[in-house]
Design a protein around this ligand. Structure first.
Ligand code: ADP
Ligand code: MG
Ligand code: MG
Ligand code: MG
Ligand code: MG
Length: 445
């Protein structure tokens, strides 16, 4: 047993941990759990934990169902809300998924991200990523979620209007107990909508953190008898929930490769190429960063969400923004399309691979768009050469299928399963008859 695993065993001992939840994420981003008594921890590290992969969405067929979970000792954390509940102490470990032959399983999203990170590593870069996840808190009725907002606060409102600040405070405590560095939290623009920003970290840690974040928010909200949702657009007519993602590449000696003091935006040529790569692959990565039918109800004009493929230094309607950086370490770009329903591992993997492609091909970014793009008509957009993001999940899957770089980033197994699952989801949606249609047509025709 290695030193890292040993330190986890020590921590289990010290904290009287009773149960370990071994977690991994399926292709659609759902966190799966296997619970083991703490006494089995050593064996989990030496032998792994066997499970039947055929029962996991998008994993494997019956004949190849012998899968093994290999816990990553770096991800040990005590689950604060579990511990409060009934006196027993539970901790979690995030695992890599191995196939029957003992190799990393091609359908493990965490492995897809690791592959992208390794590619960046071979070029001498570490990815840093900082997300800004937004979510709604709704009231529950008879144990079921409603869309009744918990408060009527607005952007940066303070109590007493912001009733949810208690919940947010408890969420932040929970996150801090799990090792997060929370940088900011505020009420968002819409009623009942919130944002909690935590400090950027390397890509793998950030993806793990996003998965953890969603679990913490859900659990703590439930303690307050509220339903939290990361659904991108739960209420028509008000802002949806996004997950802007800040990205930069650091070199091996910890320098920010995106920083250039001589540049107007303090951004280097590498940053520019990376940005250009993301712009080029933006339509194809949308399926991954905005993977639900509902995601596209957020990506419409007028609600601070991006619709057009352009970047800006001043404009918050653009797909990519160059935020003002106060220190060299803070030089970064911000991708504003992702939403919190995405699989964080796959989302970061495709963003990174798109950026890397830009660096490898030495792409140059177009000029920034400083006007309000929402107000552009088609001619103006053509003049600027501005593409639009896919309008719905069906279109998003169509463009994903044409982008070899992004398909490669996902790998054959995940690309195939993802596209299959998302096509089925979209077909199902197309066949459904909505409230809107009944309102429009039932009495008209
Ligand atoms: P906004 O101005 O869009 O609201 P915030 O200031 O709320 O942005 O969020 C900034 C995010 O960017 C945080 O998660 C922060 O840790 C992260 N960040 C800061 N510097 C970097 C960097 N060099 N690389 C990646 N992320 C960074
Ligand atoms: Mg923010
Ligand atoms: Mg901010
Ligand atoms: Mg926000
Ligand atoms: Mg932002």
């Amino acid at each position: 047993i290695d030193a890292e695993a040993q330190s986890v065993l020590d921590a289990i001992e010290e904290n009287d941990v009773d149960f370990l939840r071994i977690q991994f994420t399926d292709i659609l981003g759902t966190v799966k759990n296997v619970s083991i008594p703490a006494s089995q921890a050593e064996k989990a590290f030496t032998e792994g934990i066997y499970f039947d992969g055929s029962s996991i969405e998008g994993f494997v067929r019956i004949q190849e169902s012998d899968m093994r979970l290999k816990p990553d000792p770096n991800t040990f954390a005590i689950l604060p809300w579990k511990t409060r509940e009934d006196g027993t102490v539970s901790a979690r470990l995030i695992a890599d998924v191995m196939d029957a032959s003992g190799s990393n399983f091609a359908g493990d999203p965490r492995h897809v991200l690791k592959r992208a990170l390794k590619k960046a590593g071979n070029m001498g870069y570490t990815l840093n990523a900082g997300p800004e996840p937004e979510f709604f808190l709704f009231e529950e009725e008879d144990g079921r979620a409603t869309t009744i907002t918990h408060d009527a606060g607005g952007y940066f409102d303070l109590a007493p209007k912001d009733l949810a600040s208690d919940v947010r405070r408890d969420i932040i405590y929970g996150l801090e107990q799990m090792g997060f560095e929370v940088e900011a939290s505020h009420h968002e623009v819409a009623e009942g909508q919130h944002e909690i920003d935590f400090k950027y970290d390397d890509g793998l840690t950030t993806a793990d953190n996003i998965a953890t974040f969603r679990a913490v928010v859900r659990a703590i909200a439930a303690e307050h008898e509220l339903h939290s949702t990361f659904m991108p657009k739960p209420i028509a007519g008000i802002n949806g929930s996004g997950m802007h993602t800040h990205l930069s590449l650091f070199t091996e000696d910890g320098e920010n490769a995106f920083h250039d003091a001589d540049d107007e935006f303090n951004l280097s040529e590498t940053a520019d190429q990376f940005l250009a790569g993301i712009l080029e692959h933006a339509p194809a990565i949308t399926a991954v960063c905005n993977p639900t039918v509902n995601s596209y109800k957020r990506l419409v004009s007028g609600y601070e969400a991006p619709v057009y493929v352009a970047w800006s230094d001043v404009n918050r309607s653009a797909l990519i923004r160059k935020p003002a950086a106060r220190t060299p370490a803070a030089s970064r770009i911000e991708l504003r399309s992702p939403d919190p329903s995405c699989n964080p591992y796959l989302a970061l993997a495709v963003m990174l691979q798109a950026g890397i492609d830009g660096i490898e091909r030495g792409l140059t970014a177009p000029d920034p768009v400083r006007e309000n793009i929402y107000e552009f008509d088609e001619t103006a957009r053509e003049e600027y050469g501005i593409d639009t993001l896919p309008a719905n999940l069906g279109e998003a899957i169509d463009v994903l299928e044409t982008d070899e770089v992004i398909l490669d980033a996902l790998g054959d197994h995940i690309a195939e399963k993802f596209i299959e699952a998302k096509r089925a989801e979209f077909d199902d949606y197309r066949a459904a008859v909505s409230e809107w249609e009944l309102d429009q047509y039932l009495e008209t025709f």
